[in-house]
Design a binder for this molecule. Structure first.
Ligand code: HEM
Length: 181
């Protein structure tokens, strides 16, 4: 496992992590500054329009280097299945965020942004943070604690449960906020 090709792919993996996750943090920081009234909404929109490309480039790089890493390692344990679930979730959520971002750009300055839209945006940003931090933590555990971690016993069920909880939160928000529109 600890061969030269492994370390080369690990280097690409980590460089992509810096690019992708770094850009996620920059975007969310701008969002936070906007919530605290420190930057204008248009600034958030234009910054996230640029960082979006870096996030996708980082994510694609992580997957492209992660596949040969996993092949060289020769083992997909239970915790890795959970990590892959989060990687897929980042991808799907990223597509949804892309459309939300496009819609954000259409709001005029001073125009009221509906609560339902804000809820979708916040949920999507929350899912992004949850998934990136989880994949990061699992990658770290595999590399520095134990290369094989066969926990939890039923990774597919655990992934389904996480997805279910997120969908329920989404559904509840949609039902309640649609009523108030
Ligand atoms: C957003 C996506 C991902 C994140 C944030 C992530 C994060 C990480 C991190 C932090 C490490 C430890 C690096 C080190 O400390 O040297 C790592 C290692 C690793 N990653 Fe990823 N990764 C992602 C996607 C993937 C994918 C898609 C695969 C495989 C298909 C993968 C396979 C691996 C492998 C095999 C290792 C070596 C450690 C081990 O599992 O034994 N990663 N990753």
């Amino acid at each position: 496992m600890e061969t030269t090709p492994f370390f080369i792919f690990l280097f690409i993996h980590l460089s992509s992590l810096i690019l992708g996750f770094g850009s996620v943090l920059v975007t969310d920081l701008y969002g936070l500054l906007w919530v605290r009234d420190r930057v204008r909404f248009t600034q958030v929109v234009s910054v996230s329009g640029i960082t979006e490309y870096f996030i996708w480039a980082g994510w694609i790089g992580m997957v492209a280097a992660g596949i040969p890493l996993a092949i060289l390692k020769g083992e997909i344990d239970n915790l890795m299945i959970i990590k892959l679930f989060f990687v897929v979730l980042i991808g799907i959520n990223g597509v949804l965020l892309h459309f939300l971002h496009k819609k954000v750009g259409r709001y005029q300055k001073g125009e009221h942004v509906p609560d339902l839209f804000m809820f979708r945006l916040m949920l999507s940003l929350g899912v992004s943070q949850l998934s990136w931090w989880s994949a990061l933590l699992i990658g770290f555990l595999h590399r520095h604690v134990s290369t094989v971690i066969n926990w939890p016993d039923m990774p597919w069920l655990a992934s389904g449960l996480i997805l279910g909880i997120l969908l329920v939160i989404w559904g509840i928000g949609e039902i309640f906020l649609r009523k108030t529109v």
